[in-house]
Design a protein around this ligand. Sequence first.
Ligand SMILES: [Zn+2]
Length: 242
Amino acid sequence: MRHLIGLMFSALLLASCGSGGGAGAVSYKRDYWGHRPGPKGFTTVILDAGHGGKDPGAVSRTTGDREKALALDTVKRVQRKLRGKVDVRLMRSDDTFVDLDERVRRASKKDGAILISIHYNAGPGGWNGPENYWWRVDSHGLATRLQHELDKASPYNGPNRGKVRRRLRLTRNPNVPSVLVECGYLSHPGEARRCAEPGYRDRLASAIARAILDQQAKGDPPGPLPKPINKPPSRPTDPPGS
Ligand SMILES: [Zn+2]
């Protein structure tokens, strides 16, 4: 995750924030801040395999697996499971590096889409299990569904952060609903070994596909919407956790 975290306020966006979000000299699209229920009936799913090329992401000390390869494999499994049910676009389909801001730009081009970015995690010793990162109000239901399905599919249930609201470049900056999925901790020896099994990754992919299709069919799960929070886009220079 550390690569995704950052912050620097642009004066322009601060000004627009202070005036209540979206008002003032800058005109944003209607859903710029994502203050609305999660989408139902969306037509396109953009699947983003985290990292790639020169950026391996997390590397397991137990198996030697690299996050970038496991993420791409998982994305392709999810794509197969969604085939014929929704239009699927891949952010990358091979071992290429794509800059985070370029990923945001590509995702934001497509109206009626959602973005799911798939990763494998690394963290404190003993941490394990799936996590989901979201920021926009319209991404909360999707993150809830993803966390629920992944928790059912994974025998690892923490300690971890679970479903967490965090302003990252891929959760805050795209102007479409967006969730960053951490499938499991490669820093946990047992979980790393499970993640190395194609059958286990297939189970995770089925869970992710199920959450996407449930959201497409039913919209948000029951429950109140989270409060809107207006903050400027995440920048690579942001301090961690801001
Ligand atoms: Zn990652």
